[in-house]
Design a protein around this ligand. Structure first.
Ligand code: SAH
Ligand code: SF4
Ligand code: F3S
Length: 475
């Protein structure tokens, strides 16, 4: 399939770098301007915030965690549920106080919620202390916008609708030294009937594989050990490129990069998760034995109105085939409770599905009405209280399942990546299993950054506890 040229041209990026220099030139010698970046939502937003930090650094800013001392505040918002939007509005409202004390403070809002016309309008009318609002499609123009705010002393709004573009080569300031996000594609074409993401993130578009491989190679050279390939639906990677390269091929090519590291990816849509992908996961030694495969619901009628394009039986068959290839695979999922029209009887099918699969853990959400999506017009049949009761049952049952799964680790030796420290004198280190389970570990800080075999000594619902089984790093 031919695609329009959607990669932002180098000259346009050079222009933004010029704006960075101009903003930097405002800084007097000895001045040390500070920026505070706050991120809501998914890993995609985390990855975007790393580019925002990259641009801020290019403009001469250092970073602070204290919004009251920041010269520039950037809040990267999420629109996926009402709760996320409300939290943002609450926090932005509170910033009137910091701005009163520091009148030159520049307050910027960006990200998915700003791409929703009603949210941008609300900010324009009711949050007059916000100086700059821009959507995810124009993140790369942040230096120009900030320059305009600083020089013209007037508010800047850039939230026009857009199908999306691809920007290569923006500077990034990554949050960690071991874990890194690599976006491989942007946007979503699936239009699940409840979901706002396709409206705010535009159409699916894949990055050039060579660019992705170069980025992964560089990360490995810099010492990153835990690399996650990101997209709203990574399984449709490459469909727009016409290169005869699908996601499984990309994963294999990343796996072939020399070095010791772990590869993860998210999110996979079940409708596009192929046997080829499962076989590639099984044969690639650097790909973690874990899969986040959101099912959303266990009832076929609900799956159909959700526009998910698979049935319960097809999903369960995928899990069965996956476990045939990778018996100890760690499985996680997303579930929505209270989709419009879902009866308690239909919800029981979700309960029986999680029972049948036995996920290691779940991300559970109560349905949130999103204006402009098809589901927003569908009537409810259950009351809030009934939905909440169903939700509690789901969470309680999954907690039991997770506890059983965790208990089964006790006595086993698993590979972990030691990634940080914990506030626990007996278990001062944190680590993750290849499947992403959190382990609190005995040992000293020198182990951070290495893969080790770890003996799990005991477990709680959320955490495993263990000790290194052999001092030598495993390869
Ligand atoms: N593209 C990914 C994730 C998108 S958002 C995927 O398809 O899996 C992450 C999760 O938020 C979704 O999987 C879904 O479970 C949940 N979600 C999305 N829209 C929602 C809504 N309107 N109400 C409640 N949960 C929602
Ligand atoms: Fe939303 Fe569905 Fe796209 Fe995921 S696949 S982002 S749930 S529309
Ligand atoms: Fe939220 Fe946007 Fe991610 S809506 S979940 S931050 S893609």
């Amino acid at each position: 399939m031919e695609r329009k040229n959607i990669v932002v041209p180098q000259e346009a990026l050079d222009e933004q770098m010029e704006y960075c220099r101009r903003v930097r030139s405002f800084i007097a010698p000895g001045e040390n301007p500070l920026a505070f970046v706050d991120t809501y939502g998914c890993q995609q937003n985390e990855a975007d915030s790393e580019q925002i930090r990259g641009l801020l650094q290019e403009m001469g800013y250092d970073f602070t965690e204290d919004e009251s001392e920041a010269d520039v505040i950037v809040i990267n918002t999420c629109a996926v549920r009402e709760h996320a939007e409300m939290r943002v509005l609450g926090n932005v409202g509170a910033l009137t106080h910091t701005k009163k004390k520091k009148p030159d403070q520049v307050i910027c809002l960006c990200g998915c919620a700003m791409q929703e016309p009603h949210m941008a309008e609300k900010i324009r009318r009711s949050f007059r202390h916000v100086d700059l609002v821009f959507g995810p499609h124009v993140l790369w123009k942040f230096p120009q916008f900030l320059f305009e705010v600083l020089t013209r002393k007037k508010r800047v709004f850039s939230t026009d609708p857009c199908d999306g573009n691809i920007v290569e080569g923006l500077p990034v300031v990554r949050q960690g030294k071991l874990k890194a996000w690599v976006s491989i594609m942007y946007g979503c074409n699936n239009f699940c009937s409840y979901c706002i993401v396709p409206y705010v993130r535009g159409r699916e578009r894949s990055r050039d594989p060579q660019r992705i491989l170069d980025e992964v190679r560089q990360l490995v050279e810099e010492g990153y050990k835990d690399i996650t390939l990101l997209g709203q639906n990574v399984n449709s990677y490459g469909k727009d490129l016409g290169l005869n390269m699908d996601f499984a091929d990309l994963l294999k090519a990343c796996n072939d990069i020399p070095g010791e590291f772990l590869l993860r990816f998210m999110t996979s849509h079940p409708k596009d998760a192929t046997q080829k992908l499962f076989e590639t996961m099984a044969s690639c030694e650097k790909v973690a034995a874990s899969l986040h495969l959101p099912v959303q619901a266990g009832n076929d009628r609900i799956l159909k109105v959700m526009n998910r394009h698979y049935t319960r039986a097809e999903y369960l068959d995928q899990i069965r085939r996956l476990r045939e290839l990778i018996p100890d695979i760690v499985l996680t999922s997303d579930i929505i409770v209270g989709f419009p029209g879902e009866t308690t009887e239909e919800f029981e099918d979700t309960l029986s599905l999680i029972e049948e699969v036995g996920y290691d853990s779940l991300f559970t959400f109560i349905y949130s009405r999103r204006e402009g999506t098809p589901a927003a017009k569908m009537p409810d049949v259950l009351t809030k209280e009934e939905i909440s009761a169903n939700f509690q049952r789901l969470v309680a049952r999954q907690n039991e399942i997770s506890a059983q799964k965790h208990a089964a680790y006790v006595g086993k030796i698993v590979r972990v990546l030691v990634d940080g420290t914990a506030d626990d004198p007996e278990f001062p280190l944190t680590a993750r299993t290849d499947g992403g389970r959190l382990v609190h570990l005995k040992g000293d800080e020198q182990l951070i950054g290495g893969f080790y075999p770890c003996k799990i000594t005991h477990a709680s619902n959320w955490t495993l506890f263990g000790e290194i089984a052999a001092e030598k790093e495993v390869h």
